[in-house]
Design a protein around this ligand. Structure first.
Ligand code: HEC
Length: 95
């Protein structure tokens, strides 16, 4: 039985994969945003920092659409989406 090569192979594969998956991880808010198909409407109605003028208002706007669409995201998920939209579009100082 040739057992020896098994151990080094597992080690090196783990070492290669760990840093890769960490850097390729998408923003959790982006995953939720894409899953809810927000772009179905917001490709036509771009997210607009002139309209939503602070981070707390952004959270409220996400909550508003979440409620209206019955997406059913929890508060922490709404917060993650707001954080993602903020990093992509709004760039507010977070309170
Ligand atoms: C059925 C269409 C529709 C869908 C789907 C939708 N929205 Fe909206 N959203 C609107 C409308 C209408 C407004 C009101 C403001 C406007 O007219 O732009 C709005 C406003 C917003 C705003 C504030 C807009 C601004 O310019 O600052 C945010 C942020 C937002 N939505 C987030 C979301 C998120 C996150 C999702 C997915 C969970 C989502 N929306 C899905 C229709 C939609």
């Amino acid at each position: 039985m040739n057992r020896l090569p098994v151990v080094p192979w597992t080690l090196s594969a783990g070492m290669l994969l760990a840093p890769f998956s960490a850097s390729a991880e998408p923003h959790p808010g982006k995953v939720l945003h894409d899953k809810a198909n927000c772009m179905k409407c917001h490709a036509e109605k771009p997210y607009n920092p002139q309209k939503t003028t602070s981070y707390p208002k952004l959270v409220k706007a996400v909550q508003f659409c979440n409620d209206n669409l019955n997406t059913g995201y929890w508060e922490d998920e709404v917060e993650q989406i707001a954080d993602y939209l903020n990093s992509q579009y709004y760039k507010f100082e977070k309170p």
